[in-house]
Design a protein around this ligand. Sequence first.
Ligand code: PGA
Length: 253
Amino acid sequence: MSAPRKPLVVGNWKMNKTIAQTRAFAEDLRARALPFADVDAVICPPFTALCEARDVLADLPVGLGAQNMSWADGGPYTGEISPLMLVELGVDWVVIGHSERRALFGELDERVNEKVVAALRHGITPIVAVGETGQEHVAGLATARVREQVTLAFAGIAPADVARCVVAYEPIWAIGTGNADSPPEANALMSEIRGAVAGLEHVRLLYGGSMSPGNVADFLAQPDIDGGLVGGASLDPASFAALLEGARRGALA
Ligand code: PGA
C-alpha cells in the first residue's frame, strides 16, 4: 500500500475579487478553526491580489496559487506573467490548462505541456486541468478525450516529475452549472487518469465542477479522488472553510 494522499482543496477564484475583497476574505478565514493537519488548502486569486493574499495569510498554511502563467521566463509576450515573477511573489501552485483558458483563450494541449514543463523547472506545482465537453460526454467520448489531454500534457516528462504534479478532472458540463458529476462516475474516469501516464499513480487527483460543501465529502470518500478544484463555492470564506471540513470528513469515510 502506498502512503495515503493528503486531501487538497484548491479555490479557483477566476476573475473575481479585488485587493480589498481579497483582504476581507483572508481576514475572515484567519479567524476560523480550519483542519490544516488533515487537509491542504490553496487559494488562487487573480494575479493582482496575490500579494495581498500572501501577506494576510502569511502565518497560516494556506498555499498560494496562480490561475495561469506563461511557458516563457520573459520576453516579448504582452500581457503575460512569467514563472519567475510568480516565484518571486511566493506562489507555489499554478492551475494549467483550465477549460476556460482552452475554450476562450485558445490554449492548446501543446502549450499546456510547455507550461507544465516550465512550472516544474521553477519548482511550482502544476495543477493540470482536463475534462470533456458535454457533447463528448453524451457521445461516450469522455475517457478517450481525457486520456488524450493527460497524455499530451505530460508528454516527454519523466515519471518522477509527473509524480510532482496534481491533476484536476473537471467535466466542462459540470463547471458553474450546479450539476456536479456523480462521485462514482467521476471516480471511474479518474482511475483511468491514474493509469494513463507513468507517475500519475502517485499524484493527488482533484475533482472540479460544481463541488460544494454539500457534496465534497461524497467525492473525497471515493478511492481515486483526493480533493477538489473549486470555483463558485470557494469565494465565500465560510463556504471555503466548510469545503475543507467536508474534505476531511470524506477522506476518513
Ligand atoms: P465551479 O468551477 O466550482 O464553479 O464549478 C470549478 C472550476 O472551474 O475550476
